[in-house]
Design a binder for this molecule. Structure first.
Ligand code: ATP
Length: 290
């Protein structure tokens, strides 16, 4: 009985044993594969910092984090950052905390604005491996503006890189995540977001002196949905919805699949759609051949 008690203590104190239990319970085939995964988190604010922490606690192999901003006292209504981080860049503060939580995770931090010409190139090249292809398994978009999302969309189309987008509404009570697979699902420009579809300039929504609402609850929930989808996608368990919404006022989680648009304004997206269709047609022809 004593031996049994000791081994239970060892199991309880090892953080990985509870993650490995996912494998023993038949949820995940080979959980250890997480060690070989590289995830880029773009924007380490209210959603991205929490997503990065979750991935760190799950034991992901490598994290690339991007942000241009510094931690301010105004960020304390969110999770993750603490008052002593004020004045540090979000990337430096996040890297420090993440490495303290789990030193096994390699954290690369990039303090940059991805939307400038130089930033775009630096962002894209930071994702490249020695073979010229993307070295990351997944990009998580946790930025809060249209321009940055368009930049991630363009880089992902150019690298044929799958990514997940997240967003929280200005009134802080709803959010969404979306999975984008170049040529297969809608890209970010195939179906314009509501603000653009209705012709409103996003900048006019953010009026001077009018503060957007923000709740750590909604941001934490959206981060949780995002990382859950990322784990399912990377470790092949369950199913990943094309779009998953969260309406906290009605406790409603709508899901849908978003098909790519043949009339997408992004010509690279249209080209990838045609390549995907050709691939599908030749697979059907090969299956039908005697
Ligand atoms: P708020 O705008 O509500 O005051 P915030 O700027 O911290 O807060 P969040 O929604 O919490 O916004 O997080 C979004 C994060 O994405 C921010 O940390 C922001 O600096 C980062 N971000 C936005 N655009 C870019 C960009 N072009 N390049 C790098 N990081 C970006």
């Amino acid at each position: 009985a004593k031996v049994q008690k000791m081994s239970a203590e060892v199991v309880d104190s090892n953080p990985y044993s509870r993650l490995m239990a996912l494998q023993r319970m038949g949820i995940v085939k080979d959980y250890e594969r997480i060690r070989n995964k590289t995830v880029a988190v773009v924007g380490v604010g209210g959603v991205g910092s929490v997503a990065a922490e979750m991935l760190t606690r799950c034991g992901v192999g490598r994290l690339l984090i991007y942000d241009y901003d510094k931690v301010e006292l105004a960020n304390m209504n969110r999770l993750f950052f603490r008052p002593e981080h004020c004045g540090m860049t979000k990337t430096d503060a996040a890297r420090k905390t993440l490495q303290e939580i789990n030193p096994d995770v390699e954290v690369e931090s990039y303090t940059m604005n991805i939307t400038t010409l130089k930033g775009f190139e630096a962002f894209k090249s930071s994702l490249l491996g020695p073979d010229g292809n993307s070295r990351v398994d997944l990009i998580l978009s946790c930025v809060d503006n249209y321009e940055a999302r368009i930049t991630i969309n363009q880089v992902c189309l150019e690298l044929k890189q799958n990514w997940m987008e997240s967003g929280v509404s200005e009134d802080a009570v709803s959010g969404h995540i979306q999975t984008l697979i170049p040529g297969v699902t809608a890209c970010f420009q195939c179906v314009p977001p509501l603000v653009v579809a209705s012709g409103i300039d996003e900048r006019t929504l953010k009026r001077e002196g009018v503060c957007a609402a923000s709740l750590p609850t909604t941001m934490g929930i959206v981060a949780g949905l995002l990382v859950q989808a990322a784990l399912k996608y990377m470790l092949d368990f369950g199913s990943v919805s094309g779009y998953l919404g969260y309406n906290s006022l009605k406790d409603h989680f709508p899901t849908m699949e978003i098909k790519p648009s043949e009339a997408c304004v992004n010509s690279l997206c249209c080209q990838l759609q045609r390549e995907e269709e050709a691939r599908r047609n030749s697979a059907v022809a090969a299956a039908a051949a005697p």
